[in-house]
Ligand binder design. Sequence first.
Ligand code: PEP
Length: 247
Amino acid sequence: MPRKLAAGNWKMNGTRDSLTEISALFDAAGGAAEVLICPPATLIQAAASAAQGVMIGAQDCHTEDKGAHTGDLSAPMLKDAGASHIITGHSERRADHGETDAVVRAKTEAVWAAGLVAILCIGETLEEREAGKTLDVLAEQMAGSVPDGVTGDQLVIAYEPVWAIGTGKVPNTDQIAEVHEFMRKKLTDRFGQAVADDVRLLYGGSVKASNAAEIFAVADVDGALVGGASLKAADFGPIVKALNASA
Ligand code: PEP
C-alpha cells in the first residue's frame, strides 16, 4: 500500500465542467503518492468513470445502509457510484450538522462495513488551542470517534485545526509535529505499534503549493487533506508533486 496520500475535498463546489480538473491531474498522479479527489456526490459517478490514476471519494455518508432518510446517502450507495474513500467527521459537518464523536464513529463503522476507507477528521478550535487544550481535545475526539478494530488499510486520520481551514493560517511545523506524534502515540496505546504505524496521518488546513514541501517534511505526516487548493489541477498538481518528492 502506498504510504503517502494527497486527498482533495471539493466541499460544495463543482459541476460537470469541473471534471477536467481531475483529468488534468494525470501527470502529477503518476508518482509514489496516492491521489484522491472527493467531489460533491453529484459528480462521483462521472468522476470515477473519467479518472485515470486518481481515486474518487465522498465527503460524508449516513450511518445506515438504507431506509427512510430523505436526502442522505449511504456508504454502499457511494461505493456503488465509484467511491473508494469517505471523509467522516469533517469539522464543517461537526459544526453545520451537529455531528458528535458518537455519530462520527458510527459513520466510520458504516464506511468500513461497505469495504471502503474512512478519512476521519479531528481538530481543535482556536479558542481550544489558545487555552492550551489542543491535545486534550484531540485525545477526546480520537477516543470518541475512532472505532475499535482499526486496520491501517481502512483508516486514515486527518488532523485539521478548525482555525486553519480556509483561513490561510497554518500551524508551525513544531505544532504539526507535536500533534502527529501525539496521534501516533494514542493509536499505539490503543491498537499496538504495528497498526499505529500503518494508519496514515494527514495534515489539513490551508495547504498550498508554497507550504506543502515544508509540511510534508514533518515526521509522521503521511500526506494532506486539501480543500480550496484541490479545486484546480494547477494548484493541486504541485502539492501532489511535493508529496511525491517527499515519499
Ligand atoms: C478542508 O476543509 O478539509 C481543508 C483542509 O480546507 P482548506 O485546504 O481550504 O483549508
